[in-house]
Design a protein around this ligand. Structure first.
Ligand SMILES: [Zn+2]
Length: 120
């Protein structure tokens, strides 16, 4: 995230991340350790990355369509996150989990509504 980890994995209003030149004030960067141009991303890392992206979509009120690779940002001249990372596939996987969580949250709300207290 462009700063030393302080344990919470999120930027507070007092912290300023630096990841994509020209977009730092309006974007949030996530880093994985590895070079994904020469080697496919480890499935365990990809799984955790997707979980973080889904959580951030909910927390920051974004959609999976808002997930961009560094190389997709205007003005970027980098392979980041690596040429072997298919960003459309990654967004699709984030979207699947995002929709699954949304369905679960919808069911939970319905359950809570139907459990309204009755009687006196
Ligand atoms: Zn990058």
């Amino acid at each position: 995230m462009g700063r030393p980890q302080d344990g919470d994995n999120y930027l507070s209003s007092l912290e300023w991340g630096a990841h994509v030149y020209g977009h730092n004030a309006t974007s949030l960067g996530i880093s994985t350790v590895g070079n994904w141009s020469g080697k496919a991303m480890n499935p365990a890392i990809e799984r955790v990355l997707i979980q973080h992206l889904v959580k951030l979509c909910f927390k920051m009120e974004l959609t999976p369509k808002d997930v961009k690779g560094h190389r997709e940002m205007k003005g970027a001249s980098t392979e980041c996150p690596g040429l072997l990372v298919d960003m459309d596939r990654l967004r699709s996987l984030v979207d699947e989990q995002y929709k699954a969580v949304k369905r679960l949250l919808g069911r939970k709300k319905k359950c809570q509504k139907s459990k309204k207290p009755t009687g006196s």
